[in-house]
Design a protein around this ligand. Structure first.
Ligand SMILES: Cc1cc2nc3c(=O)[nH]c(=O)nc-3n(C[C@H](O)[C@H](O)[C@H](O)COP(=O)(O)OP(=O)(O)OC[C@H]3O[C@@H](n4cnc5c(N)ncnc54)[C@H](O)[C@@H]3O)c2cc1C
Ligand code: SF4
Ligand code: SF4
Length: 415
């Protein structure tokens, strides 16, 4: 019997984050499919070429583990060279953006300054906006396709193949796990490193699956026989409403009612985060040049408020770009203390704290955990309240047993 290839093994063991780097680097042998339950995941061709590609691709897979030694920062939340509460000066970008439009404004600034010739990011698929695709944008209109968070399965690192094949320098935007795989790919290939001079990570508490998206559409009252034309999870205010546009069976275009972000995330989407997200050790993009999230420590007063983003410079290049964007009037910014991440994101601090206990429970069931290095995971767990400590181990053991999480994940594929 032949041994399972390492990419399929990562998927089977629930280690895959769905970043898309393996398929991006080896598109002829590995393709991403949208599994409604397990997320967007790679499927390796059942051939000698497939196995050979998977053997190579695993070296850039951060789902199986990443080395944070030079990227842990003082508190395990990554290096912080500067932090700001900021928003795009451009009113349309600020309004359309998920929080303050800082990601889109910074990416556009990098394009306009000639630092990069393209920006790799995700956007909703035109023919089915429940799903996302990796794209490379070259102008404001292209970037605006991505403005606003998509709380759904997406694989931005699939763009790696196009970046490697092209000649232009490209900025990369993705979740922390996407950026971590791109960082690994850059580390193993100096020519790719030169082509990817800038990475921007969005903070991330976990990506829900397609089942959750369909549940959201039900809650928004979109009929089953309608054609979804647009689906927004955030933006158009801070945090913004979740809302769909669709064509009904009579061919009439309608807007669904909007529901507040906190209802959509708290009551519908977050319970469908993938298991890999529950054992994620990097919710804030430690490997990025710049990380951007919500400054929840100064929360919005309503859904129509003009938004603000929490911008964190992680590297010298990131610091230079943010400072230049502020000096050029592209970002309107207020300096924040360097320990702001923990203040702004208590939920992510708690999530990171629970990881050591959750992984302990997994080991108890003989499950494989990501081979992450260089993070103070046990220390983060030790400072949790007793109840949270117990729940991270016993609650996880219960969940593993109930969901039979030790069984191999098999990808069906919606399309
Ligand atoms: C699944 C998910 C969970 C999140 N959890 C948190 C959290 O716990 N705390 C927090 O502070 N912030 C979280 N965010 C990030 C937050 O919603 C904003 O993206 C961030 O504040 C940046 O806002 P902005 O207005 O500056 O970005 P914008 O200017 O709106 O740009 C957002 C960029 O993110 C990219 N993007 C959107 N969705 C995805 C996706 N699914 N995968 C990869 N790239 C994507 C877009 O292509 C776009 O370029 C989450 C985002 C997602 C998608
Ligand atoms: S985490 Fe990324 S690189 Fe690793 S198997 Fe999944 S999609 Fe491929
Ligand atoms: S929680 Fe972690 S693993 Fe899950 S999507 Fe976000 S960054 Fe990736």
């Amino acid at each position: 019997m032949t041994r399972t290839d390492p990419i399929t093994r990562a998927v089977q063991r629930n280690l895959c984050t769905g970043c898309g780097a393996c398929a991006g680097a080896f598109p002829k042998a590995i393709r991403m499919v949208d599994d409604p339950v397990h997320g967007r995941r790679p499927v390796v061709a059942a051939s000698a070429e497939g196995r050979a590609a998977a053997e190579q691709a695993v070296s850039l897979c951060a789902g199986t583990g990443a080395d944070f030694t030079a990227h842990a920062g003082d508190d395990g939340f990554g290096p912080v060279l500067g932090a700001w509460s900021a928003h795009a000066a451009d009113a349309e970008i600020r309004h359309r953006g998920s929080s303050g439009g800082a990601v889109t404004a910074l990416a556009l600034f990098a394009l306009e300054q000639g630092l990069v010739g393209g920006v790799a990011h995700i956007a909703a698929r035109a023919e089915d906006p429940r799903l996302n695709e990796a794209v490379i944008s070259h102008d404001r209109a292209g970037l605006m396709r991505g403005a606003g968070s998509r709380y759904a399965q997406a694989s931005p690192a699939e763009a790696l193949g196009a970046v490697a094949a092209g000649t232009a320098a490209v900025a990369f935007i993705g979740k922390p796990c996407d950026v971590a795989s791109v960082h690994k790919a850059k580390t193993s290939d100096p020519s790719l490193s030169a082509k990817l001079p800038l990475s921007i990570a969005i903070f991330c508490a976990g990506a829900p699956n397609l089942v959750a998206t369909d549940r959201l559409l039900d809650r928004l009252g979109v009929p089953k026989d309608a054609t979804v034309l647009d689906l927004r999870y955030r933006g158009n205010g801070w945090p913004g409403l979740m809302q769909a546009r669709y064509r009904d069976a009579d061919g009439i275009e309608q807007d669904s009612p909007g529901i507040p972000y906190c209802t959509g995330w708290g009551k519908i989407l977050q319970s469908e985060r993938r298991w890999r997200c529950r054992i994620c050790t990097d919710h804030t993009g430690a490997f990025a040049d710049i990380s951007v999230g919500d400054p929840w420590h100064t929360p919005p007063e309503g859904n129509t408020d003009a938004g603000r983003s929490l911008v964190v410079a992680r590297s010298a290049a990131g610091l230079r770009l943010v400072k230049a964007a502020i000096a050029a009037g592209v970002l309107v910014a207020e300096t924040q203390p360097v320990d702001v991440i923990a203040k702004a994101q208590p939920n992510l601090v708690a999530a990171q704290g629970a990881v050591w206990g959750r992984r302990l429970a997994m080991r108890g069931f003989g499950m494989v955990v990501p081979a992450d290095r260089g993070l103070p995971l046990m220390q983060a767990w030790l400072v949790l309240p007793l109840r949270a400590k117990i729940s991270s181990v016993a609650g996880t053991a219960r969940r593993i047993w109930r969901q039979r999480l030790w069984r191999a994940v098999v990808i069906g594929g919606a399309r």
